[in-house]
Design a protein around this ligand. Structure first.
Ligand SMILES: *Cc1c(COP(=O)(O)O)cnc(C)c1O
Length: 432
């Protein structure tokens, strides 16, 4: 399969090139030339298929022959080696729990898949590969874990000092080996600027293969389709397709769901649930995209003022606004409503939502009030224990997962740096 750029100014890339480049030179996003349609064979024994089989069959047309089937199957198995339960909360609302991976968030899936593709594609080069990533919390941990002990790849993580939660920081800083964490005296934007400056540094690029692992990479985006299929395997109502609500920031996750739907997955409607960063809800009302600087909210992994993956959603619908509105609704949820939803759902149903999941729950609940014949589920994108606010709002984190208990006994290893590219470059050069 070839991938074209949504800006249409770059040459087409193979899967391998798209993974290695991350972004096309014209700064668009890679998009598959043809969205595959799953065969009748695929659906015949769908409910009996294993997670590995589904992952493999969904992704193989995108990868083509650039990774052998045997190795691709192995990569898929390693990517989905944990549970994806669909859990009923109310009569018409269920949650797809995506927090059983290494860092307790859905980003584990994309990060694991990408790390293994990158390892495979860089096996023939003698050059060292450095993956640099700026994070406001969840991405860094998922990427660090995904690439942990992957041969020939060094990972450099930049995070803003004092601005990630305790669990997130431990996930970033306690691995060691090929993972280095840098605590930047500045904001997330400073971290992102440092990473972008490094990625554009021609001098550095002559010495090392430098790449990013951000969410626009096709190897992070495409595998996010898998768990939508796992949810449908567990969906009990064969006559009525579900409404799916996705807490959204950069819109990569929901875009993967829509892609799965176009490939044949039955879905009644998608709901993009955002926090106060409401560019897309406003777009669906006005037809105009007006980006804004992001504002800080309780669901901070979704504090995005200019959702980069949305152009892929437009591409799926061929830029047809009316078609898009048929399938996609969007809602913006305030922090006050998010916190109230967390308290209410705990009191009424004894279920602990994290702030991102709460945004998804509320978006779905509002939709179902207006459409009482429908049922649906929302994506619980991370475990509540990752967000310190949960304790303040709900009063408890609930049961603490084993993986987190183990973290607390480990030692943080990080290097403090100023938000200064000169300092960072010196450190990167020492790694070569
Ligand atoms: C990244 C993230 C999101 C947003 O996902 P997008 O693909 O950027 O829309 C939602 N919830 C959590 C917990 C996240 O880490």
């Amino acid at each position: 399969m070839n991938f074209f750029s949504t800006n249409k100014q770059s040459v087409k890339a193979s899967f391998r090139e798209a993974v290695l480049n991350g972004q096309p030179p014209d700064k668009g996003l890679y998009f598959p030339e043809k969205i595959p349609v799953l065969s009748a064979d695929f659906w015949r024994d769908f409910k009996r298929k294993t997670k590995e089989q589904i992952a493999f069959e969904v992704i193989k047309s995108y990868v083509g022959d650039e990774i052998s089937e045997e190795i691709l199957f192995e990569i898929c198995s390693e990517t989905v080696n944990f549970d994806f339960p669909l859990v009923k909360i109310t009569e018409n609302i269920a949650t797809l729990e995506l927090f059983y991976g290494a860092t307790l968030a859905f980003k584990d899936i994309g990060a694991r898949f990408m790390s293994r593709c990158l390892q495979y594609f860089s096996r023939e080069t003698s050059e060292k590969t450095i993956v640099i990533v700026a994070t406001s919390g969840d991405t860094g941990g998922a990427v660090a874990n995904g690439f942990y002990n992957v041969d020939g790849v060094e990972v450099v993580i930049l995070y803003p000092q004092g601005k990630v939660s305790r669990v997130q920081e431990l996930q970033l800083t306690t691995l060691g080996e090929n993972i280095s964490a840098f605590e930047v005296k500045g904001t997330f934007d400073d971290c992102q600027t440092l990473a972008k400056t490094a990625l554009a540094d021609e001098d550095l690029k002559r010495k090392v293969f430098l790449t990013s692992a951000n969410s626009i990479n096709v190897a992070r985006w495409l595998p996010q389709q898998f768990y939508y299929f796992y949810a449908l395997q567990q969906w009990q109502d064969d006559k009525n397709a579900p409404v799916i609500s996705v807490p959204s920031g950069n819109f990569g996750n929901i875009c993967a769901g829509i892609l799965a739907h176009v490939s044949g997955l039955p879905v009644a409607k998608f709901i993009a649930a955002t926090n106060a960063n409401d560019v897309i809800p406003r777009f669906l009302q006005s037809g105009k995209i007006e980006t804004k600087s992001s504002v800080s909210t309780l669901s901070n992994a979704m504090d995005v003022g200019n959702p980069s993956n949305f152009v892929r959603i437009l591409e799926i619908f061929d830029n047809d606004f009316l078609n898009l509105k048929e399938k996609l609704e969007a809602v913006s949820v305030s922090d006050e409503t998010t916190a109230r939803t967390m308290r209410d759902v705990f009191e009424q149903y004894n279920y602990i939502l994290d702030p991102h999941g709460a945004v998804g729950f509320y978006g779905l609940q509002k939709h179902l009030e207006k459409n009482p014949a429908q049922k649906g589920f929302f994506l619980e994108t991370a475990h509540p224990v990752k967000f310190d606010s949960v304790k303040n709002i709900v009063g408890t984190f609930g049961a603490i997962p084993k993986a987190v208990e183990n973290l607390f006994s480990r030692e943080k290893q990080s290097v403090e740096i100023e938000a200064d590219y000169g300092d960072l470059k010196k450190i990167l050069l020492e790694k070569i």
